[in-house]
Design a protein around this ligand. Structure first.
Ligand code: NAD
Length: 257
């Protein structure tokens, strides 16, 4: 941990998109970063360089979060990079390979989504929490999980995505209760419609929806919108909150008449 650091944070899926923006916002907030992505992600080195440009330390650890057998080695590298972790951001996630009717979802697609979006983060969080519990509580600690507004919004053409993210929402509250006495606050962040590679396939459809007033704040969400929200939660600005959900959706989820 470097001089005047707010702590050390691990962000999964930080090679691009929301994960990269979260890592950069945490760096702005004074964290040193362990950034993770899949082995094939060449973009992860760019994230590291961008963090270093901000004057913070960064180490890349490549691992597939769905590979639970690999978690021990992954976390050894992440934990030892700076001598401990104060923040875990469960960001890595995938959408369906093909949008399809719930009536034709295959077991392969269902399992793929569950493994990456739910099973991987559940056991990664468990492993990080075990290490945090053994470490001295020398500053604010948090576990922040990026779910989706699809926890509340039904998308019949992405059923397995909606179900995996809804499981994450419960996961965040379960860990919040279990870890509160150890001073580890848990939060769930629900992005709305954010302009990333993941949503590139639906860009025109959502352009039209925003134009027609689907959300009170009539624009796409940007990755920085989510990054700044996560950095605020990780900063410890809200120490008497845990198990909370923060929607970053331009008001999309507000029921209107
Ligand atoms: P993205 O596809 O642009 O980036 C995801 C990153 O995660 C990629 O770099 C990818 O390589 C990495 N990743 C994927 N599987 C991984 C694995 N098994 N192990 C490690 N890394 C892995 O996606 P994004 O739009 O930035 O989304 C980030 C998170 O936000 C996801 O969990 C997504 O479900 C969630 N989300 C996104 C939106 C949106 O509108 N973009 C909305 C709600 C929620």
């Amino acid at each position: 941990m470097s001089e005047a650091s707010k702590g050390n944070a691990l962000v999964t899926g930080a090679g691009r998109g929301i994960g990269r923006a979260i890592a950069l916002a945490l760096a702005e907030g004074g964290f040193d970063l362990v950034v993770n992505d899949l082995a094939r992600s060449a973009e992860l080195d760019e994230t590291v360089a961008m963090i270093r440009d901000k004057g913070r330390e960064a180490v890349a650890v490549r691992a597939d979060i769905a590979d639970i057998d690999g978690h021990a080695a992954f976390l050894d590298a992440a934990w030892n990079a700076f001598g401990g972790l104060h923040c875990l951001v469960n960001n890595a996630g995938i959408s369906v390979a093909k949008r399809d009717d719930i009536l034709t979802v295959t077991p392969e697609s269902f399992d793929r989504l569950m493994n990456v979006n739910l099973r991987g983060p559940f056991f990664l969080t468990q492993a990080v929490a075990q290490r945090m519990l053994e470490a001295p509580q020398d500053r604010f600690r948090s576990i922040i999980t990026v779910s989706s507004i699809n926890v509340g919004f039904v998308a019949v053409d992405r059923a397995e995505y909606c179900i995996s993210k809804t499981g994450l929402a419960m996961m965040s509250r379960l860990y919040a209760v279990r870890l509160a006495s150890a001073g580890i606050n848990c939060y769930e962040v629900q992005p709305g419609v954010i302009r990333t590679d993941m949503t590139a396939v639906v860009r025109e459809r959502y352009d039209r929806l925003f134009e027609s007033g689907v959300a009170p704040i009539a624009r796409w969400g940007e990755t920085d919108d989510v990054g700044n929200a996560v950095a605020m939660l990780a900063s410890g600005a809200l120490p008497y909150t845990t198990g909370e959900t923060l929607r970053v959706d331009g008001g999309l989820a507000i029921r209107r008449l």
